[in-house]
Design a protein around this ligand. Sequence first.
Ligand code: HEM
Length: 135
Amino acid sequence: MQYVYIVVLGLHVMAGVFWAGTTITLARDPDIRVERFFGPQMSSAVVVFITGALLWYFFHGAYFGGMETVLAIGIASAIAAAGVLGAVVGPARRQLAGADTQTEAQLRARMIRGERIAAPLLGLTVLCMAVARLF
Ligand code: HEM
């Protein structure tokens, strides 16, 4: 059981760090091509949610105390971040193909806006995940 926990938690933290890290990086630098990272970002988000759900099932179940409250705030924030990325960045990325220069600039500005909204939400998630054990 200990090995299952190590693997699931390891995958969870690595995928979460990648997701939050790339989102914060993209939010900070408009010159990076967001469309190249969107696929890996959303894939890592899927891994985070699956492993996170497993961790909850294994170690928290139906119990809901202080730690679970803090985890739930972080999870809600991660869901909001995934929603923003999916609703703002995803559609703009799809419209990039064949767009003229002016439209491309508008779409890139929209994608960066999405990353900038998602970044602090994921920052809150990381903080909640890191301190939840102390509650
Ligand atoms: C950016 C996204 C995320 C990052 C970086 C992240 C990171 C972490 C870290 C570092 C821990 C270990 C905390 C500790 O052992 O003290 C943790 C625990 C946990 N995470 Fe996340 N997490 C993220 C998102 C999520 C999401 C979306 C869920 C739920 C679907 C989730 C569910 C959990 C659960 C249930 C635990 C507790 C595991 C335990 O009891 O040992 N996390 N997370």
